[in-house]
Design a protein around this ligand. Structure first.
Ligand code: GLA
Length: 404
């Protein structure tokens, strides 16, 4: 009898503790699922990497509404807009030095006399979208205008009222608190403001944002500022590469804006820069003056086959799979069992670079169609085992592999 009641107690205890554990598991995983679902529900933008233009790399603080409007016109007349370059993003220096008497941000009257709402109307009437810039600190990086720290809800409301579609949120002059907390606050404020605004976090990779920023925003910078140099491009590509697994539809690693067309690199270097950014599913934000872009610059930016790799619906970031003495193989899977590859020669002399299908996870015996995305021609419609290319210094070959 004693033994029977002891057994009963043990069974009851076991049952309640198992129940407790399973409840805990369910509640923590469903909380994560709920966080994620809530975020997507409220925003739902950037299902492919954002494309457009940003004023900073070329103009820095020398911007005004005429420049922004004529750039929007040029995006349309060059055909860039039709290829997907939709966001017209104003970076730093667009606002007055201080807030107005109600604490609102105000467009600088000497350079943006018509205000941001009028600018949003102008670009949206042309089928484009308007982006703006603020900072998770007391001042923006130029120190020429206020940041949004402590004014998150008020500023998010202002941006929504103006019809802004994109917010780049920088990290200067902050209060020393964790980026994650400050960036989350603006995310909640944007959600509350109710307009789907693409939220791009710019904390320069300081607190490993790939690990958390996907919950709060649509893109996050993984590095410091890009420069219009070859050294900068290769270093930033490598820093961004390691976070590949965290990217996906609605949430992208951002290795910073394009320098193509700004004059500091050769055409081959710009082609490599654009190819690798496209393969890494980076935001493609043009950083040159599109109103005076050369034919060669437009040839790079308007390569639809390379853009299509970037905008592929599967949204998997391509990565470096092999590197020796500056000869590199980068690759990434695409929808419909296709694979994009970039054979990149970072060395100072012309060299052969090979890749085998086996390294790419393809059967070496199954033939594939190989298309060269820069010459726009088929290398082969029936290629087994792999491919070898001779690549000029600092140049690359970009191929699309399609199963027949
Ligand atoms: C920081 C950002 C840049 C740019 C400038 C503007 O450096 O990383 O991309 O926005 O601020 O001042």
């Amino acid at each position: 009898m004693k033994a029977a009641s002891f057994l009963f107690v043990v069974v009851i205890l076991l049952w309640t503790s198992i129940k407790g554990i399973s409840c805990m598991n369910i509640s923590s995983s469903s909380k994560a699922a709920q966080d994620y679902a809530e975020f997507l529900l409220a925003n739902g933008v950037a299902l492919t990497p954002p494309m457009g233009w940003n004023s900073w790399n070329h103009f820095q603080c020398n911007i005004d509404e005429r420049t922004i409007k004529s750039t929007a016109d040029a995006l349309v007349s060059t055909g860039l807009a039709a290829l997907g370059y939709k966001y017209v993003n104003i970076d730093d220096c667009w606002a007055e030095e201080s807030r107005d008497w109600k604490g609102n941000l105000k467009a600088k009257s000497s350079t943006f006399p018509s205000g941001i709402k009028a600018l949003a109307d102008y670009v949206q009437a042309r089928g484009l979208k308007l982006g703006i810039y603020s900072d998770a600190g007391y001042r923006t990086c130029s120190n020429k205008m206020p940041g949004s720290l402590g004014h998150e809800e008020q500023d998010a409301r202002t941006f929504a009222e103006w019809g802004v579609d994109y917010l780049k949120y920088d990290n200067c002059y902050n209060d020393g608190s964790r980026p994650r907390d400050r960036y989350a606050r603006m995310s909640y404020a944007l959600r509350k403001a109710g307009r789907p605004i693409l939220y791009s976090l710019c904390e320069w990779g300081e607190e490993d944002p790939a690990k958390w920023a996907g919950l709060y925003g649509n893109a996050w910078r993984t590095t410091g500022d890009i420069k219009d140099t070859w050294e900068s491009v290769i270093s930033i590509a490598d820093q961004n590469n390691i976070w590949g697994r965290y990217a996906g539809p609605g949430r992208w690693n951002d290795p910073d804006m394009l320098e193509v067309g700004n004059g500091g690199m050769t055409i081959e270097e710009y082609r490599s820069h654009f190819s690798i950014w496209a393969l890494m599913k980076a935001p493609l934000l043009i950083g040159c003056d599109v109103r005076s872009a050369s034919g060669q610059t437009l040839n790079i930016l308007k390569n639809k086959e390379v853009i299509d790799v970037n905008q592929d619906s599967m949204g998997v970031q391509g990565r470096k799979i092999r590197s020796k003495a500056g000869l590199e193989v980068w690759a990434g899977p695409l929808s419909r069992k296709r694979v994009a590859i970039v054979l990149w020669n970072r060395s100072g002399s012309r060299a052969a670079i090979s890749v085998g299908w086996r390294e790419l996870g393809l059967s070496p015996h199954n033939p594939v169609i190989v298309r060269d995305l820069w010459t726009h021609s088929f290398l082969s419609k029936n290629k087994r085992y792999g491919v070898t290319a001779f690549v000029a210094p600092h140049a690359c070959k970009m191929y699309l592999l399609t199963p027949p």
